[in-house]
Design a binder for this molecule. Structure first.
Ligand code: UD1
Ligand code: UDP
Length: 367
C-alpha cells in the first residue's frame, strides 16, 4: 500500500520523523506532503536537516492566514494531490490546522485516514486545537491513541474508527536523539548556563500570548519565581509570541532571556539540563516527562493529564502567585516517575497495524 504523510508545523515534523523513517526501512511507497503552515527556517527546514528527513514531495506553501483561509487552502491543495497520487492511507499527526485539513481531505476522497496521537482532549473548546482533535478523530478510520487514557476518551465518544494504543512517536524520536543531543549540543556553553541552574520557558499558545494581559501575567509569574530562586530563565521564543510582544509593546522582565527558536538537539539538551521547565506547549509537557525534568504548565487545562498523574507536571494556570507556588512545588522533584507514553516503538506498531511494508530486522530499529 501507498502511504501519504501530511505535516505542516514544527511538532509534526518532529513526531512524524519516526514514521517517515519506519516507512523508509520497510520500503513503503510514501508520499510526503508539507502544507507550509510553518515556513520560517528555524520552525521548518532546520528539522528536516537535523533529523535527516527527505524533502517533501510537495509543499503547498499555505503560510500564515486566518483559520478558515489557511485550512481551506490546505484542503484544496491536499485533495488535488490525493486525487493525482491515489494513496491507500493518509496519515496525520497531532492537532494543528494541517492535521484537520489532511484528515478532511482524506475522508472526503474516500481514502482511509490514520490519526496519530488520537484521543487527546483538553475539554476546552476555546482552543482551536481541541476542535481539530475532535473533528479529526471522528473522521479517522484508524485512531492511534498514545495511552489507555486517550483510548477511553475515544470509546466514550463512540468514534467509528479502529482504536489502537501505540504509545506516542515522540518517545521514538527522543530515544533516537537524546544521547546525540547530550553528545553533540554545545548550547549550555553557548548560552553560558550551567546544568540545573536555569529554567527553560516556552509559550506560544494563542490563548496565552494573543492577549496582552495573559501574556503579561505569564511573564510576571515566571520572572517572579526566577527572582525568588535566583536563577535565570531562557525563553526560545516562537515567532507568534515575538510578534505579540512587539505589537503590545510588552517588555520582557530582566530575569527572562529571549533567544531565537532552537534546533531539536539544542532544545533537547536545554530541556534535560534545566532545573525546571515552564511551558504551554503540548510536546514539551511530554518531553520533560520522558527526559525526567519537572514541568509547570502555564494553562488551565491539559490534554496530557498523564504527565500530571505520574507527578512530572503541574498545571498552574496564569495567575502569578499560582505560577510561583507551582514552581516551588515542582523544583527539585525527584524524577522517579514512569513514562506513560510507550516504549519508543510507536511508529513500527502503527505500520504493523496498517500492514504496510515488510517488518524490519529488530536490529534496524533504533531503541
Ligand atoms: C500552530 C498550531 C499549534 C501548534 C504550533 C506549533 C494551529 C491552529 N496551531 O500554532 O497548535 O502548537 O503551530 O508550533 O494549527 N509564524 C512565523 N513563521 C512560521 C510560522 C508562523 O513567523 O513559520 C508566525 C506568523 O506571525 C503567524 C504566527 O506565527 O501568524 C502563527 O502561526 P500559525 O501557524 O497560525 O500558528 P502557530 O501559533 O504557529
Ligand atoms: N522545540 C524545538 N525548539 C524550540 C522549541 C521547541 O525544537 O525552540 C521542539 C520541542 O522539542 C518539541 C516541539 O518543538 O518537540 C514542540 O513544538 P511546539 O511547542 O511548537 O508545539 P506543540 O507541541 O505545543 O504543538
Amino acid at each position: 500500500p501507498k502511504v501519504a504523510i501530511i505535516l505542516g508545523t514544527r511538532p509534526e515534523i518532529i513526531k512524524c520523523a519516526p514514521l517517515i523513517k519506519a516507512c523508509d526501512r520497510r520500503g513503503v511507497d510514501c508520499l510526503l506532503i508539507h502544507t507550509g503552515q510553518h515556513y520560517s527556517e528555524d520552525l521548518d527546514q532546520v528539522f528536516f536537516d537535523q533529523l535527516e528527513l527527505p524533502t517533501p514531495d510537495y509543499n503547498l506553501e499555505v503560510g500564515s492566514r486566518s483559520h478558515g483561509e489557511q485550512t481551506g487552502r490546505m484542503l484544496e491543495g491536499i485533495e488535488n494531490l490525493l486525487e493525482a497520487h491515489t494513496p491507500d492511507i493518509v496519515l496525520v499527526q497531532g492537532d494543528t490546522n494541517s492535521v484537520l485539513a489532511g484528515a478532511l481531505a482524506g475522508a472526503k476522497s474516500n481514502i482511509d485516514v490514520g490519526h496519530v496521537e488520537a484521543g487527546l482532549r483538553s475539554f476546552d473548546r476555546e482552543m482551536p486545537e481541541e476542535t481539530n482533535r475532535v473533528v479529526t478523530d471522528h473522521v479517522s478510520d484508524y485512531l492511534f491513541a498514545p495511552t489507555e487514557e486517550t483510548k477511553r476518551y475515544l470509546e466514550r465518544e463512540s468514534v467509528p474508527g479502529e482504536i489502537v494504543v501505540t504509545g506516542n512517536t515522540i518517545v521514538d524520536s527522543l530515544y533516537e536523539y537524546r544521547d546525540l543531543a547530550a553528545e553533540k549540543s554545545d548550547v549550555l556553553n553557548e548560552l553560558n548556563v550551567a546544568e540545573d541552574d536555569f529554567y527553560l520557558l516556552t509559550a506560544h499558545r494563542a490563548e496565552n500570548v494573543d492577549t496582552r494581559d495573559s501574556f503579561d501575567r505569564l511573564l510576571e509569574g515566571v520572572s517572579r519565581f526566577a527572582a525568588q530562586t535566583d536563577r535565570e530563565v531562557v525563553y526560545p521564543i516562537h515567532p507568534r509570541a515575538q510578534s505579540r510582544l512587539d505589537e503590545f509593546g510588552l517588555a520582557v522582565p530582566e530575569e527572562i532571556r529571549t533567544i531565537e527558536p532552537l534546533d531539536f538537539l539544542d532544545f533537547l539538551r536545554l530541556e534535560s539540563a534545566a532545573a525546571l521547565v515552564f511551558t504551554d506547549s503540548g510536546g514539551v509537557q511530554e518531553e520533560t516527562c520522558i527526559l525526567g525534568t519537572p514541568c509547570v504548565t502555564l494553562r488551565y487545562s491539559t490534554e496530557r493529564p498523564e504527565t500530571a498523574y505520574v507527578g512530572a507536571n503541574c498545571l498552574a494556570g496564569l495567575d502569578p502567585d499560582d505560577i510561583v507556588e507551582a514552581g516551588t512545588m515542582m523544583l527539585g522533584k525527584c524524577a522517579d516517575w514512569d513514562v506513560p507514553f510507550g516504549d519508543g516503538r510507536a511508529a513500527e506498531r502503527i505500520l504493523d497495524v496498517l500492514a504496510v511494508g515488510a517488518e524490519p530486522d529488530a536490529a534496524e530499529v533504533p531503541t
